[in-house]
Write a protein of this length. Structure first.
Length: 206
């Protein structure tokens, strides 16, 4: 990989849905695959450095399987996204990070690449929907900028407002720019319930 690719680290923020089982994705295994494995199957093709940030230690057999893609597990005793980020950033040496919530089994490599390496001279690059909503958990940030932002209690409390607080932000239109890369916008489907899981399973099987 090129030097520029090595300069980006992916932080996958695990949550209660990250380890949900899905239909087997891999020819070399007869077992079910997890949401995490689906995600890593895309992420490892884009990034050399991958951290799975979790509040609970994953099952040993899952850790052994994800070792194949070089993902490192960081355990943070908190389920707060800002606290998970703040703690895991201490392990990051790359100047840019791609933050992605661990509940997107259908994430596409080209979406990851566009966000991770499209930051240019901005402090962050964030997908924005036509209705004005942002996706701050599928976005790239300059590591030092995010560290500084989360260094105060106020910053942690206002992390969900980061697109409005930072001055040098690149907004990338979801329904225009990103839809050309992922026409069904499956990368933005988040598994937050068993109903969401069934929707994903249906997409996988179709």
């Amino acid at each position: 990989m090129s030097q520029s690719i090595q300069d980006v680290t992916c932080l996958l923020l695990a949550n209660e849905f990250t380890y949900l089982p899905l239909p087997n994705r891999f020819y070399f295994s007869s077992t079910e695959s997890s949401v995490l494995e689906y995600m890593l199957d895309s992420i490892w093709t884009v990034f050399d450095k991958i951290f799975v940030v979790t509040s609970n230690e994953p099952p040993l057999e899952l850790v052994e399987r994800i070792n194949n893609v070089g993902a490192r597990v960081i355990i943070v005793k908190s389920t707060s996204v800002p606290e998970m980020l703040k703690s895991s950033l201490e392990s990051v040496t790359a100047p840019i990070i791609l933050v992605v919530s661990g509940d997107r089994p259908l994430i596409k490599p080209n979406i990851l690449f566009t966000l991770g390496y499209g930051i240019k001279n901005f402090d962050c690059i964030i997908p924005r929907w036509a209705n004005g909503q942002f996706d701050i958990l599928l976005a790239a940030y300059r590591t030092d900028v995010l560290k500084n932002f989360l260094s105060t209690e106020e910053g942690c409390l206002k992390f969900d407002q980061i697109p409005s607080i930072l001055q040098n932000v690149s907004f990338i239109p979801v329904e225009v720019d990103l839809k050309t890369l992922d026409p069904e916008l499956h990368s933005f489907i988040r598994v937050k319930s068993l109903e969401d899981r069934e929707r994903v399973v249906k997409i996988i099987k179709d």
